[in-house]
Every structure is written in C-alpha cells, then in structure tokens.
Design a protein around this ligand. Structure first.
Ligand code: HEC
Ligand code: HEC
Length: 234
C-alpha cells in the first residue's frame, strides 16, 4: 500500500474457500499442493513472510521500491483488446508515460530465460536480474557482498566472474570464486542455488526448493564463459 507517499508491505492470507483474507503480522508456514513442470504432484512448505521480510527485497537505500514494473520486463508482447501488441507501445498509446520512452522496439527487453532458441547470455542475465538483483545490487540487501546481478551491470568482477567470495566457510562450499569461467562445478553461484541449507541457499528468501531449471541455465551459461581466474588469490 502507498501510505503518505511511501510503499508499505502488508501481508494478507486468503482463507481456504478464497472468500476473505486476513492480515498476518508475524509470518506463518503453510503446506501447499503443487504440480511440477512434468505434472508430478508435490507438497511445498510455503513461508508466509512477516512484514519486515518484504523490505529485504523491496527496500534499497532505505526506500521501499516496486520491482516488477521495469522497462526490460514490461517490454514484451501482450494481448490487449483481442490483439497482440507490444506492452510499452500499448501503454504509450494510453498516455501512461511522461516523457515518452519511445517505441518498445527501441528499448531493452528480457528474453524468455527458458527459450533455448534465444541467446544464452541474455537468458542467463535476465534470469539473474529477475531472481537475484533486488538484493544483489548497490544499496540492496546484499549490496555489501559486491555481487551485482542487474542486467545492466558490465563489470565482470561485480557479476561474480573470478570474484573471491566475501562469504567464508560453508557459504562457499570450499570454492574460491563465485563464477569460474567454463567450470560450474568449481563455482559458488550454482552451488548456493542448489543448496537447501538456510545458511547457504540462494535466493536467501523465500524459497525452500532449488529451481532446477534455473540452476541448469546458470550452469550452462558458466560453461560457455571464457577465461581463467588467478588461482593464487587466497
Ligand atoms: C525474496 C524477495 C522478495 C520478498 C521477500 C518480497 N518480494 Fe515482493 N516482489 C519481489 C520481486 C522480485 C517482485 C517482482 C516480480 C515480477 O517481476 O513480476 C515483487 C513484486 C511484488 C509486488 C508487485 C509490485 C512490484 O513491486 O512489482 C508486490 C505488491 C509485492 N511484491 C509485495 C510484497 C510484500 C507485501 C512482501 C512482504 C510480505 C514482499 N513483496 C516480499 C521480491 C520479493
Ligand atoms: C533476499 C535477498 C537475496 C536474494 C534474492 C539473493 N541473494 Fe545472494 N546473497 C544475499 C546475501 C545477504 C548475501 C551475503 C551473505 C552470504 O554470503 O550469505 C548473498 C551472497 C551471495 C553469494 C556470495 C557472494 C560473494 O561474493 O560473497 C552468491 C554467489 C549469491 N548470493 C548468489 C545469489 C544468486 C545466484 C541469487 C539469485 C538466484 C541470489 N543470490 C539471490 C541475499 C540474497
């Protein structure tokens, strides 16, 4: 909710008949019935977050922000009034923008991370932006780690390539670098994405299950990267 010019995260949980929702202040755990991409049923332990946890992802430089409505994510084909159209162009036609950002075709866009006809680098960078960059950016919750995963980041070390991890011990799996080009098995990033240990797993919140498709994508991307890290670094 927008209250006095600032966003606030308020948590509500629907009742089982989906007729009413009540406010949850302290957080809860709920078992949810799910179906995976192969159609197999499984139960997911869902953590209903407490309000303070909203800030971990939505606050940056001490201000709560919206995360979804960004150009790269909005710039895609949608169906409006029964016709396929570029979403940015449709919003421009409704006079949503001031100043006018220009046509969608002239702006950056994420590709579908799981469409393997698209460029691998663009798929991986879009995935990392959408799933990690709200914490992993300057001023974000894990800004101190120096790992910045926005799609616009151009510095290889901030992206994790040959970056010595700020974390120690189990958080590294005994590996040195967040990403070793060409070698996902020696890279901290996919190791932490695959972990179910709350002290290790990434994203830190709120999932308890690793994202197997996402891990496979990041491993494939790391395998495709060229270069060698200076192994003399401690
Ligand atoms: C683990 C990180 C994370 C946490 C914790 C989190 N969010 Fe979000 N939230 C996101 C991301 C990422 C998006 C954008 C999703 C998208 O791009 O479609 C989002 C989107 C939203 C949106 C839609 C508007 C927007 O910003 O795009 C709302 C509303 C929202 N979150 C509310 C909450 C509330 C309330 C809480 C706390 C109960 C919360 N979120 C906790 C990551 C998080
Ligand atoms: C809710 C916030 C949050 C999200 C979302 C998140 N992380 Fe993190 N991440 C952290 C924090 C905090 C740290 C630093 C503390 C630590 O190492 O546990 C960290 C550290 C890391 C590190 C070690 C970085 C270093 O150089 O020390 C890696 C690698 C990492 N995260 C990968 C990821 C990936 C990949 C994703 C998305 C799939 C992700 N994280 C999403 C909070 C988050």
């Amino acid at each position: 909710m927008r209250v006095d010019g600032a966003w606030q995260g308020l948590v509500y949980r629907w009742n089982d008949t989906q007729t009413d929702a009540t406010r949850v202040l302290a957080g809860e755990t709920v078992d949810m019935d799910r179906v995976d991409v192969d159609g197999n049923a499984y139960t997911q332990e869902y953590l209903v977050p407490n309000q303070n946890q909203c800030e971990d992802c939505h606050r940056r430089d001490d201000v709560m922000h919206l995360l979804g409505p960004i150009t790269r994510q909005m710039n895609r084909t949608v169906v409006r009034d029964g016709a396929s159209t570029n979403q940015i162009d449709w919003l421009r036609a409704q006079s949503f923008f001031s100043p006018d950002p220009g046509p969608g075709a002239s702006l950056d866009a994420f590709v579908d991370a799981f469409d393997d006809t698209q460029d691998l680098n663009a798929r991986a960078r879009g995935y990392l932006h959408a799933n990690c960059s709200h914490c992993h950016r300057e001023g974000g919750y894990s800004g101190n780690s120096g790992l910045y995963l926005q799609a616009e980041e151009t510095d290889n070390e901030h992206l994790g390539i040959c970056k010595v991890s700020a974390a120690a011990g189990s958080g590294t799996g005994g590996y040195l670098y967040d990403i070793v080009p060409g070698d996902p098995d020696s890279s901290i990033m996919p190791y932490r994405m695959a972990s179910t240990d709350p002290q290790i797993k990434m994203p830190e919140l709120p999932n308890l299950l690793p994202d197997d498709e996402g891990i496979a994508l990041i491993r494939e991307w790391i395998s495709s990267l060229d270069g060698t890290c200076d192994s003399s670094t401690p």
